[in-house]
Design a protein around this ligand. Structure first.
Ligand code: COA
Length: 184
């Protein structure tokens, strides 16, 4: 698998991923329109240009198919200071083949090489696949850090969120380079 910046020809395939109700089951809003999906890519590329890392495309080496996206982004919706989060979204036909683990391990290693002190992950409490992936990556949840995502209506079942965290095995510095502008 190759992790690379988004390209114009990824847009239809990424829009198909974002239009799949199974893939978007734990997202609010759920399915995205083509324009909304394209806007996500645009904002990921802006983040990459601004910070040198981001949420990027995952391409299968064998045939160039778009597997999905994964990466690191600044977030300010978790409790406390802005943090760098790891995230992922894969087309359903690529699930359970180890792609998310492979991409995540590469992104964590990259984050540590940048000197980040820690990386967080968050998702709705009921998103068990993502929670299992975070646990498999060695990320740990402290229930004291649970929060409600301010972008989800409070009466929606996706509102309660869990926060996972992993520290830089080499120590790292205090969360480096806080975002100059609004985080992604
Ligand atoms: C979550 C997601 C990225 C996992 O991707 P994946 O490539 O299938 O995950 P991997 O094959 O690398 O799995 C790595 C580990 O994660 C855990 N895991 C992944 N999917 C799981 C599932 N459906 N149920 C339980 N554990 C799961 C397992 O521990 C797995 O290791 P194992 O296969 O040795 O048991 C994928 O299901 C997805 O894109 N979901 C929809 C998008 C989404 O919800 N994104 C997060 C929003 S916050």
């Amino acid at each position: 698998m190759t992790i690379r910046p988004w390209q114009a020809n990824d847009l239809p395939a990424f829009a198909a991923i974002n239009a799949d109700p199974d893939v978007r089951r734990y997202y609010y809003p759920s399915r995205l329109t083509r324009a909304e999906s394209d806007a996500v890519v645009e904002s990921c590329m802006r983040h990459l240009a601004e910070h040198g890392f981001g949420f990027l495309a995952l391409e299968r080496k064998a045939d160039g198919a778009l597997v999905g996206g994964a990466g690191l982004s600044w977030t300010d919706i978790v409790p406390g200071e802005p943090a760098v989060e790891i995230g992922w979204i894969l087309a359903r036909r690529f699930w359970r083949e180890g792609y998310a683990r492979e991409a995540s391990l590469a992104w964590l290693a990259h984050g540590w090489s940048l000197g980040l002190r820690d990386i967080v992950g968050y998702t709705s409490e009921i998103n068990s696949p993502s929670r299992a992936l975070m646990a498999a990556l060695g990320m740990r949840r402290d229930p004291a850090d649970d929060f409600r995502d301010p972008t989800v209506p409070p009466d929606n079942p996706l509102s309660p969120h869990v926060l996972y965290k992993i520290g830089n095995p080499g120590g790292g510095t205090a969360a480096t380079c806080p975002p100059a502008g609004p985080p992604l």
